[in-house]
Design a binder for this molecule. Structure first.
Ligand code: TYM
Length: 331
């Protein structure tokens, strides 16, 4: 079977609708036809300040949400990044073949470092995409299902794999990004020209998987639309309404045209009410299952530990080949 690898940062108490639609739903669909690795990337999370107790709790919460959303820990290898030391070991090696300018061109680094200022910006944040490349290359992944915001990082991963192979001999599979057209970027409900993000200035436009139904309903009812009043998909002209239609369509599996037809001649309030119900139907079982999983942390840790054993085996084999290819002695 071809291999997929993907991951999310445990940097919030709950995943958001963008994570769910842009990544997690794809993962669930792909886990049957691929040898799948899904990682909770806690070492990426510490590239910006984290509270230690919260980070630990959020790491388990993120893993629980993967399972609750449909990742089957018996079929897929669902593990925590810090359980597999080869990630940081390979990242070091890849750092030595990454150009300083090349890393500096990563737009996510530029955005985040502007936000934090140069003294609060860590070297870890700068080299973050290199750790991500290590994540992917260790498992010889063929496909990496992600949202649009990760495209540039996958390009870098491909460049590093190709460069390593040409300098030191064929070692890595050069992976492809899989970015779903139309759903790879879910927008903030309050500023529908910006992507939905946990680091947005206000949480008013952020829909969280684990939020109670009434909180989510209020946010959806207050979503920014436009003055034109027509329920019609037009990404450029009507970004707010188009985003609501996209979300509706993905969560119900229905075509946008069929939703437009259903709401023809009706107001935005009706569309929002309908969407709030659809979101609640999707998230309420995930919330319940997440709470259930978190009520037995020992069992969750046991699952994660078993998966880490499998991941370690594959990752160590790749790292050994890398060390041999480069002339790094190993015991
Ligand atoms: P992270 O944790 O920011 O996001 C996790 C996944 O959710 C997608 N995503 C979105 N998709 C659609 N619309 C949005 N508004 C939206 N916001 C987030 C992201 O594209 C991502 O797929 N660097 C990665 C984590 C990572 C990783 C990896 C991913 C580390 N190593 C290896 C793939 C392979 C990140 O910060 O994602």
């Amino acid at each position: 079977k071809p291999v997929i690898f993907s991951g999310m940062q445990p940097s919030s108490d709950s995943l958001h609708l963008g994570n769910y639609i842009g990544a997690l739903t794809q993962w669930v669909q792909m886990q049957d036809s691929f040898d799948a690795y899904f990682c909770v990337v806690n070492q990426h999370a510490i590239t910006v300040p984290q509270d230690p107790a919260e980070l630990a709790a959020r790491t388990r919460r993120t893993a629980a949400q993967y399972i609750a959303a449909g990742i089957d820990p018996a079929r897929s290898t669902l593990f925590v990044q810090s359980h597999v030391p080869a990630h940081t070991q390979l990242a070091w090696v890849l750092n030595t073949i990454t150009g300083f300018g090349e890393a500096g061109r990563m737009t996510q680094f530029k955005d985040k470092s502007l936000r934090y200022g140069s003294d609060a910006t860590s070297v870890g944040l700068f080299t973050y995409p290199v750790l991500m490349a290590a994540d992917i290359l260790l498992y010889q992944a063929d496909v990496v299902p992600v949202g649009e915001d990760q495209r540039q990082h996958i390009e870098l991963t491909r460049d590093l794999a190709t460069r390593f192979n040409s300098r030191f001999g064929e070692t890595f599979v050069v992976p492809e990004a899989q970015i779903q057209k139309g759903t790879a970027k879910i927008y903030d409900l309050q500023s529908p020209e910006a992507k939905m993000s946990k680091s947005a200035e206000s949480e008013a436009g952020l829909i969280k998987v684990l939020d109670p139904a009434n909180v989510t309903r209020k946010k959806i009812m207050r979503a920014v639309t436009d003055a034109d009043g027509e329920i019609r998909y037009d990404h450029e002209g009507k970004p707010g309404v188009s985003n609501l239609l996209t979300i509706y369509s993905v969560l119900t599996g229905r075509m946008i045209e069929s939703i437009e037809r259903e709401f023809e001649g009706r107001g935005y309030g009706d569309l929002k009410k309908g969407l709030a119900e659809v979101v609640e139907e999707t998230f309420s079982p995930i919330r319940a299952r997440t709470e259930e999983l978190l009520s037995d942390p020992a069992e969750l840790d046991r699952l994660l530990s078993g998966a880490a054993d499998r991941a370690n085996e594959v990752a160590t084999a790749t790292l050994d080949r890398v060390y041999d290819a480069m002339g790094l002695l190993r015991r």
